[in-house]
Design a protein around this ligand. Structure first.
Ligand code: AMP
Ligand code: GLY
Length: 414
């Protein structure tokens, strides 16, 4: 089968890397792809926003499956457009993608279905949000309602911070109560009726060691996340994920794709922080390294039904990925700096996924985004995976980059 992957980040490189290993994959295309993906796929210049162009390309190249990596094309209805053209697409419809595209939508669904989540109120903007926020206990959590690429959340510890955050968000906002506890990400596949648990992972959202500094898209991850014990996993499925999937089906907008539940494991049990409707990045990188089963089979069953019959096999090993970012990220990343040493890093046994790189005409590799490389390794536990990932990081010769040195700290200890 010919497969097209939409996207250009570390998540999509990891998906391509894994899809390439399937005996069912014939030609593999990535749009637009990146220099790392070019080693396993044919990169094509396609604009995911131009649905007609994607459909034409898929028809001309006999694509049997389109895998949509990022959230924006899902919220924009690319999966709907492909389905209408009779092309199988992995990823939810625009209606189901509202679980990520609108925090207000998800909060309302949680209220109706009795799903545990932080108490909240939603405002279109302005004065009402201000007066409500002023009455809330601190810290208070302020979020932009729409897609915000990880930048739309402020945890305000003073009234002045809350006011500043509201000033910076002109559009609709959601104000939430502050939850405490360890966080974990849970990934499940849904085919519209059945739900299949994939695995858990832990992201590291802050830019600095010790979870300091501003929020980012994610500076590293490991899997499995032991904080999500079998008991907490079971509760999360019963109290959060399954009622969500049922509610979506009952509303006539069944969810098909990967559902990523961001959970806070509070003293009273798991609560939903947010949903994403695609694989996490960099969580996808660690999941793909741990997955032994055929990814094509899992994605096709998600599109066409049949997840209930599948039991994916995972390596016993843990996986850990360290994001190398361009200096200045997330505020003002310095791009265009030259990167060397990737082969030496991979010679240690690690896998280096490209997240934001570009090849210059002279063949050299340069940084082209904030998050640039995801250096990923396996180990018999998180500690060994951490040691292996950092041994590979140390082989990379990139003066323009930096990384956190403590990915995995919650699992390994400081
Ligand atoms: P989100 O973009 O909704 O995942 O939020 C980003 C991060 O903000 C989360 O990973 C949490 O660390 C934090 N956060 C979001 N909502 C809350 C909340 N209600 N209470 C405490 N922390 C939160
Ligand atoms: N790693 C966080 C995200 O993908 O949203």
């Amino acid at each position: 089968m010919n497969i097209l992957v939409i996207g250009s980040g570390g998540r999509e490189h990891a998906l391509c890397w894994k899809l390439r290993q399937s005996p069912r994959t014939d030609r593999l295309f990535a749009a637009p792809g990146n220099p790392g993906m070019a080693r396993v796929a044919e990169c094509v210049a396609l604009d995911a926003g131009d649905h007609a162009a994607v459909i034409d390309f898929a028809a001309a190249n006999e694509i049997g499956l389109v895998v949509i990596g990022p959230e924006q094309p899902l919220v924009d209805g690319l999966a709907d457009a492909l389905a209408a053209a009779g092309i199988a697409a992995f990823g939810p419809s625009a209606a189901a993608a509202q679980l990520e595209g609108s925090k207000g939508f998800t909060k309302a669904l949680c209220t109706e279905a009795g799903i545990p989540t932080a108490a909240y109120a939603r405002f279109d903007s302005g004065e009402a949000a201000r007066s409500y926020t002023a009455l809330q206990p601190l810290p208070v959590v302020i979020k932009a309602d729409g897609l915000a690429a990880g930048k739309g959340v402020t945890i305000a510890t003073t009234a002045a911070e809350a006011s500043e955050a509201l000033d910076a968000l002109p559009g609709p906002v959601v104000i939430e109560a502050f939850l405490t506890g360890p966080e974990a990400s849970l990934f499940v596949l849904c085919d519209g009726s059945d739900v299949l648990v994939l695995a858990s992972a832990q992201d590291h959202k802050r830019v600095g060691d010790g979870d300091t500094g501003p929020n980012t898209g994610g500076m590293g991850a490991y899997s499995p996340a032991a904080v999500l014990t079998p008991d907490l996993l079971d509760r999360s499925m019963r109290e959060i994920v399954e009622p969500t999937v049922r509610a979506m089906t009952e509303a006539g907008t069944p969810f098909r794709g990967v559902l990523y539940a961001g959970l806070m494991l509070t003293p009273t049990g798991p609560q939903l922080i947010e949903y994403n409707v695609r694989f996490g990045d960099p969580e996808c990188e660690v999941l793909m390294l741990r997955l032994e089963s055929d990814l094509v089979e899992l994605l096709l069953a998600t599109c066409h039904g049949g997840l209930a019959e599948l039991r994916p096999v995972w390596r016993e090993d843990a996986a850990l990925t360290v994001i190398m970012a361009a200096k200045g990220y997330p505020v003002d990343p310095q791009t265009g700096t030259e990167i060397a040493g990737i082969e030496a890093a991979e010679a240690t046994g690690a896998t280096v996924f490209h997240a934001g790189t570009r090849r210059r005409s002279d063949g050299s590799l340069v940084a082209s985004g904030g998050r640039v490389l995801a250096v990923t390794a396996l180990g018999k536990d998180v500690g060994e995976a951490q040691a292996a990932a950092y041994a590979a990081v140390d082989m990379i010769d990139w003066p323009g980059g930096f990384c956190r040195r403590d990915i995995g700290r919650q699992a390994v200890g400081d």
